[in-house]
Design a protein around this ligand. Structure first.
Ligand code: G3P
Ligand code: CA
Length: 358
């Protein structure tokens, strides 16, 4: 005859064992990703969380990381005194208050005509849907809306990774097509700051396919293994896919690109489809699409889900929060086997012991 205490304990242990079984069993509804790695697509914060805060500012990058982006994307230009700064345009006009503070130089406001000290006097302005604040977010830095140097972007990411154990990556783009000096500087600075490919999620990118080849060569010479993506527009001619290089007006074949890059960063329009992604995957190339700009969860689902099904490997998005929400909605993360196994063993072991004592 079993005591009520024993019965209760047996039930408790059996429940624990069942729970542990459920925890280590593959989730029935777990999403199967058709990405090259089989993992969920990367959420790449396009110019930071630029749908919310001024693009290419430390605050926009920091917010993106807090929202769950795995990668932040700084576009890079060179100042007059040779410093890499994170800014999209060749000029300071659209994204800063330069016209209020300086007279034009050489007829305009080229980044390359201003020193870093001058650029640091500017304030970055919100564009599109962005503003200068975000609910429940206070920037950790004193000057959140300045034009940051590449070094400052890497410092921010490295500090976050060191503090949390995360592996947030960077995805710098040389905005000056195939500039050898700039390419060397970008690669050297990445290596000096530990972005050498030893951790996942960092890439280099450029619209110039010859520039991408140069970046790959520079990395190889330094023993670096970050991904390198050639950017462009998908063009299908006679059923064969290619990527249009807007800097030369040439179309590179996927076979050719696979000889020197590891990925393709492509516009969401033109001839991009699931067939292109499959063709790229067949050559071992990942595909990252740009630019996802949904402003509601409903719009995000409509935009992201077809590309998730097609196996796209990463999303450049101004709204990393919405990309994360769509991915989080697909499947609960199964408890990793190593965490579930001891629980199961303990539960089953205890159950056996109790039964033997009867
Ligand atoms: O680098 C990928 C995507 O950002 C390209 O577009 O003009 O925003 O740099 P853009
Ligand atoms: Ca870019």
């Amino acid at each position: 005859m079993r005591s009520s205490q024993e019965t209760g304990m047996t039930r408790m242990i059996a429940t624990a064992a069942a729970l542990a079984m459920a925890m280590i069993a593959p989730a029935q509804a777990a999403t199967v990703y058709n990405t090259l790695s089989g993992e969920a697509p990367l959420v790449i914060a396009h110019r930071g969380a630029s749908g919310h805060l001024p693009e290419h500012t430390l605050a926009a990058y920091e917010l993106a990381i807090k929202m769950g982006a795995q990668v932040v994307e700084p576009d890079l230009q060179l100042t007059a005194d040779g410093v890499l700064v994170a800014i999209h345009d060749a000029t300071l006009t659209r994204t800063t208050n330069v016209a209020e503070l300086f007279e034009p130089r050489n007829g305009g406001y080229l980044v390359s005509d201003f020193t870093l000290a001058e650029i640091k006097t500017l304030t970055a302005l919100p564009t599109r849907t962005a503003s200068t604040s975000y609910p429940d977010y206070t920037p950790s830095m004193a000057d959140p809306f300045k034009v940051p140097t590449f070094q400052e972007v890497m410092d921010l990411v490295n500090a976050h990774n060191a503090a949390t154990g995360a592996q947030i990556g960077i995805y710098p783009e040389s905005k000056v097509p195939n500039n050898p000096v700039m390419n060397v500087q970008i690669v050297n600075e990445m290596k000096a700051n530990g972005f050498d490919g030893s951790a996942p999620n960092s890439f280099l990118q450029t619209f110039s396919h010859e520039g991408a080849r140069h970046l790959s060569e520079l990395q190889a010479a330094l023993g670096m293994t970050n991904g390198v993506a050639a950017l462009g527009y998908v063009i299908k001619t006679d059923d064969v896919y290619g990527v249009y290089d807007a800097t030369t007006a040439a179309i590179s074949s996927l076979d050719e690109l696979a000889g020197f890059v590891t990925g393709l960063g492509v516009n969401l329009g033109y001839d991009l489809d699931a067939g292109f992604i499959a063709a790229a995957h067949a050559l071992g190339l990942v595909v990252h699409g740009w630019t996802f700009r949904p402003t509601t969860l409903e719009a995000a689902e409509a935009q992201f889900l077809p590309w998730i099904a097609a196996g796209m490997d990463g999303f450049f998005t101004d709204y990393p929060d919405l990309a994360v929400a769509v991915l989080d909605g697909l499947s609960p993360a199964p408890v990793p086997l190593p965490a579930g196994l001891p629980l199961l063993a303990a539960g089953v072991g205890a159950l056996v012991l109790v039964r033997r004592r009867r």
